[in-house]
Design a protein around this ligand. Structure first.
Ligand code: CMP
Length: 414
């Protein structure tokens, strides 16, 4: 009867509305401890002689047998009182990381990122160092280490790494990411790229996204990640003139539709100023409304052309090997008229304004020859775009006639 009364009292005290859910402040382990403690107190008061006589021998036996269980029980109670973590928190206890599913009499149970269910005895949890990733705030700093060649200026590395963090939506803008030079290593200068996230469950994919994008951005900037070299090899390779057109670039220019009207000398001049670049699948190569001073020729891969209008995105078309894009902003100085997104890893050649201006100034007839092809393509693009949205590339007849004049004016060709 005493036990029943205490149980009823505890239920009313901790769960007055008889909800199914166990209260967060008073989990099952606390309720049970109160019930058992109260019962022992009442039993001692009502029948002290019987209880003490029986407990003299059995207490010793039970105490030895339940040593571990009692250790876990009291550790579990200590965890409840101190509350270093609660159900649903991401924690690290000892070598194990996971989201706390339950704290029982005997153990703390959590689900690891790998899906494994980890059960750690409470006595171990209370002895170990516990790291709570969810409290007081879920905002966490992650870091990723990378080594770059000694020839690469640290500020360039820092800029690329910061731009990479800024391009990943899951990385918080505030607190701001930073990049620290941490070590002059054996074969590289080492950096720690640090950024903040608020979803610890996704920390591994976010670090992967950062590292993958950083690789492509470093590659595009012509920066290689060195690997440790222990032996010294002297290699004789023919000196390379970075501006000399290799055979593959010239072959590409010869095939490209845009340059079909040019003669061989012009094609060679263009091939010399093309630079290979790589883009990661899903990366925005060009963003609508941005300023731009480069155009791209697809060497391999596919991109999609996306028009953005009143917050909606429409895919207009896809471009593949041999196609070009970005010519509008390069040739006229207008803002980018569409967003171009890589559908897969894309290898391309980039043609930048300054070297192109030098080539055009030496041979102004090139502008005339390529403008014909571009105006023809613009008309085709306009037709596609008008079927989808009212914005995009609009070419009035007047604008078409003046296109060459605009290019000449923009490049100062007189
Ligand atoms: P630019 O305006 O410099 O940058 C975006 C590029 O997308 C643009 O140059 C064209 O090369 C390309 N583009 C814009 N609209 C279309 C379209 N409708 N179809 C194919 N390509 C387009």
């Amino acid at each position: 009867m005493a036990l029943a009364t205490i149980n009823a009292g505890a239920a009313l005290l901790f769960n007055p509305f008889k909800l199914e859910k166990i209260s967060d402040r008073y989990p099952r382990i606390v309720q049970d401890a109160v019930v058992v403690g109260s019962f022992v107190l009442i039993a001692t008061a009502v029948a002290p002689n019987r209880l003490l006589a029986a407990s003299a021998i059995s207490g010793l036996v039970l105490g030895l047998a339940l040593q571990d269980t009692l250790g876990n029980l009291f550790a579990g109670l200590a965890i409840q009182v101190e509350k270093p973590f609660g159900v649903g928190d991401w924690i690290k206890a000892g070598d194990y990381e996971g989201r706390v599913a339950e704290v029982t009499w005997r153990a703390t149970k959590m689900r690891a990122k790998s899906g494994k269910f980890v059960v750690i005895p409470n006595s171990l949890v209370s002895k170990d160092i516990v790291v709570n990733y969810s409290k007081p705030s879920p905002v966490q700093r992650m870091s990723f280490s990378i080594g770059l060649d000694y020839d690469v200026p640290p500020n360039q590395v820092k800029q690329i790494a910061l731009e990479t963090s800024a391009a990943i939506p899951s990385i918080l803008k505030e607190p701001a990411p930073d990049v620290l030079l941490t070590q002059f290593g054996d074969s590289s200068i080492n950096y720690s790229c640090r950024f903040w996230i608020d979803d610890f469950a996704r920390s591994d994919p976010i670090i992967d996204e950062f590292a993958t994008l950083l690789y492509y951005r470093l590659k595009r900037a012509g920066l290689n990640i060195p690997f440790p070299i222990h032996d010294v090899r002297i290699m004789h390779s023919p000196a390379q003139d970075p501006t000399s057109a290799d055979g593959s670039r010239l072959a590409f220019v010869e095939k490209a539709g845009l340059f079909q009207n040019l003669d061989m000398t012009d094609k060679q001049a263009i091939a010399k100023i093309l630079h290979p670049v790589m883009f990661a699948a899903g990366e925005s190569i060009i963003r609508q409304a941005d300023a731009g001073d480069s155009m791209f020729f697809i060497k391999c891969g596919t991109v999609k052309v996306v028009l953005e209008s009143s917050g909606e995105r429409h895919e207009v078309t896809r471009l593949g090997e041999g196609d070009f894009f970005g010519e509008m902003a390069l040739l006229t100085g207008e803002p980018r008229s569409a967003t171009i997104v890589a559908c897969c890893d894309v290898e391309a050649y980039v043609l930048r304004k300054e070297p192109f201006r030098e080539v055009l100034q030496q041979n102004p007839a090139i502008a005339e020859k390529i403008s014909e092809t571009i105006v023809r393509r613009k008309a085709m693009l306009q037709q596609q775009a008008s079927q989808i949205t009212t914005i995009g590339i609009r070419i009035e007849a007047e604008e078409q006639r003046n296109f060459l004049v605009r290019i000449q004016r923009f490049f100062g060709l007189g």
